[in-house]
Design a protein around this ligand. Sequence first.
Ligand SMILES: Cc1cc2nc3c(=O)[nH]c(=O)nc-3n(C[C@H](O)[C@H](O)[C@H](O)COP(=O)(O)OP(=O)(O)OC[C@H]3O[C@@H](n4cnc5c(N)ncnc54)[C@H](O)[C@@H]3O)c2cc1C
Length: 463
Amino acid sequence: MPTYSLQREILMEEPYDLVVAGAGPAGCAAAVCAGRLGARVLLVEAMGCLGGMATSGLVTAFDPMANGERMIVGGFMAELVETMWARGFIPAGVTPDYWRKFYHRWTPFNAEGLKLLLDEMALAAPVEIRLFTRVIDADANAAARHVNGVVIQNIEGYRFVAAKTFVDATGDAVLADLCGAACREPGRDTPAAMPPTLCSLYAGIDWERAEKRHPDKFKNEQELLEKAIADGMFTQPDRHLPGMWKAGDQVGYLNAGHIFGVNALRGKDLTDAMILGRKLAAEYTAFYRKYMPGCEKIEHVTTASLLGVRESRRIVGEYELTLDDYMARRQFPDQIGVFNKFVDIHVHNTSHEEYERFLLEKDKYRLGEGEFFGIPYSILVPAGWDNLWVAGRCNSSDVPVHGSIRVQPAAAMMGQAVGTAATQAMRTGQPAGDLDTAALVEALREQGAYLPQTQLSRQMTRR
Ligand SMILES: Cc1cc2nc3c(=O)[nH]c(=O)nc-3n(C[C@H](O)[C@H](O)[C@H](O)COP(=O)(O)OP(=O)(O)OC[C@H]3O[C@@H](n4cnc5c(N)ncnc54)[C@H](O)[C@@H]3O)c2cc1C
């Protein structure tokens, strides 16, 4: 494509200590934790609310936070889910054992409740929130691996915002890429990405009449789906159905309809995916109405405004967390969280073989009850950069481990870690790559993180 050069003067905002790009679970945790530690924080979010995939993406269930014996996700995320429960934002029938104890159990929640709570937590921290605002460029010294500031864009036009530190929590490593940090892209550096899904909300479900696996999940979706596929209900015979989850008395959140062949870093692909996602959602509405007891009168309230992207660009970090680490249940001196979720790599096509592959891997790469693996700090530091961190989906892990830690509780732990690390870096003058990680771990423990490693190290784990 030809290039075009444009030069213009833009207004400069007052500088911040920390700019966080993206307000999903990772960005919110980073911003709130840094704000609480006294940093002047700007949280920049492209959509109209905080929460990212959890709210704008209508992914209204937290992945497992316990391992069958105890809650292994603490800190900000534990505070969030406990407050959601206390405020009545967790559906009836779901008990605290879901997140405090059970093995591999999802905790559904009310998305409006989460929006409200995140607003309150951010304002109280305090954090300055800028909604409907996108980070579109960066002024970075790629040789010195230092970020000076970002260009943001909203209704007021372009603004330059300088800061001492930066967190990329965009999910797609947008800021890291704009800065020139090394990144891996699916289809270029790793196999093609998992397909996205456009999630939906439904009303009018008679959960009492439905046959259920546990209070918030249907029992027999898979068998009924196979029948509906055989009956010709669907444009594509997608056998992998994460399914409908109870999100309120008569409400369900649907995670269904893989959209194959999408590169989530291409604007046209995202557009086409939203259009096909809405068509698929209409097909699933017809499916549930016709086949699922309790769903005869459901109404499709809305599809999400954010496409459910599972996998896109990730940074090349100081360390890459691998399947070997995962299978070894490896503990790291600088781990900022521990986790237990299975390797969840969704189907790449509609074949029977691919669905069998998914089922096989899901059980093969799964830790047992009471177990966990560590998430080291160094997967959040773009290699060599001194005032830039990432958190959430764009972390440095191989494809299988990413399939485990791409989810909301892990993203929130990463966010808490980098928000805390950024404030420590400002206070001590230590760059991201030479941060005293023993001090970071102690600070996170004080904030309620569950970090059971017995050995600490001043240095982070490196490859
Ligand atoms: C279909 C689907 C189902 C899932 N199911 C579950 C589940 O059941 N439980 C679970 O825990 N997890 C689930 N996940 C995973 C999880 O929701 C996400 O991976 C997680 O939210 C990642 O958190 P994040 O903060 O890294 O990114 P996100 O939640 O994606 O947030 C990134 C935010 O950055 C914003 N942004 C992007 N670019 C810019 C920019 N340039 N400037 C400003 N803002 C920007 C976006 O608008 C967004 O709000 C699911 C994911 C998908 C796609």
